[in-house]
Ligand binder design. Structure first.
Ligand code: KIV
Length: 261
């Protein structure tokens, strides 16, 4: 498929990726970035959860389905939620449900040594998978405990091993979260599938950010170092809301232009 060309290492430009959880945002992003992820970060971003462990299949199914309808050009990726791919049988059963309802091009799963069998099983069943390694948020109840990985040689080598195994087992790309610059560079230079980074330096083949972080729409005041706000939604929309409130109080809104006769 043409869209998949961005996942070939020979694709000359870095891969741009953002998350979307709603149809309106998906419509804006479609075709403007290479890849759109319905991430389970929707647990905290939309549902106010403290971590992603409470995200359910139903949530991913409904957000995945409505987002899918709006994406025509970008590659569509969907996260499998916590505890839905603990073993091969569950993983395949749940993957089929998500593929049926949301029709993503790829599924993303968080990988450690133990989950490699699941990755292999899904690939054997002809499912396109992105392997998410480094900091894997589904393993954390408390996000404050997250620390950057790859600082020690042991961590660096085990991340490299995991990335190489993901490639050998047939993952289409590896997502690297919160790892040191030299580890991201080492991995990117030593595998032939693309790396997509979040907090993993410019040496990755692509970059992803949570859309809400990009526009500063988050309720969380403490932002990770890797988040760059490109737009101050809180401030700008806050001013618009104040203006609306004032017009209502002054009976300026609705004027006759906005009324029926
Ligand atoms: O759930 C998500 O949004 C993600 C990104 C942080 C990459 O996995």
């Amino acid at each position: 498929m043409k869209k998949f060309k961005i996942l070939h290492k020979s694709f000359s430009k870095p891969i741009s990726c953002l998350t979307a959880y709603s149809p309106s945002i998906a419509k804006i992003l479609d075709g403007k970035v290479d890849l759109i992820l319905v991430g389970d970060s929707l647990g905290s971003a939309l549902y106010g959860m403290k971590n992603t462990q409470g995200v359910t299949m139903d949530m991913m199914k409904s957000h995945g389905a409505v987002v899918n309808k709006e994406i025509k050009k970008s590659l569509k990726v969907l996260d499998m939620p916590y505890k839905t791919y603990d073993n091969k049988i569950d993983a395949y059963r749940n993957a089929k449900i998500l593929l049926y309802h949301c029709k993503p091009d790829l599924l993303k799963i968080e990988i450690n040594e133990k989950k490699l069998v699941v990755l292999k099983h899904l690939v054997d069943k002809k499912i396109n998978v992105i392997s998410h390694i480094g900091v894997t948020p589904q393993s954390y109840k408390n996000f404050n405990k997250i620390k950057v990985l790859g600082r020690t040689n042991k961590e660096k080598q085990s991340l490299l091993k995991l990335a190489k195994k993901s490639e050998t087992l047939g993952a289409k790309a590896v997502l690297l979260e919160c790892i040191t610059t030299d580890t991201a560079k080492l991995i990117t230079e030593n595998i032939s599938i693309p790396t997509i980074g979040i907090g993993a330096s410019r040496y990755c083949n692509g970059q992803i950010l949570v859309f809400d972080d990009l526009i500063n729409l988050s309720t969380n005041d403490k932002k990770p170092r890797f988040v760059k706000n490109y737009f101050n939604f809180n401030k700008i929309v806050g001013n618009v809301v104040k203006k609306y409130n004032k017009e209502v109080k002054l009976k300026k809104f609705p004027s006759s232009k906005f009324s029926y006769y």
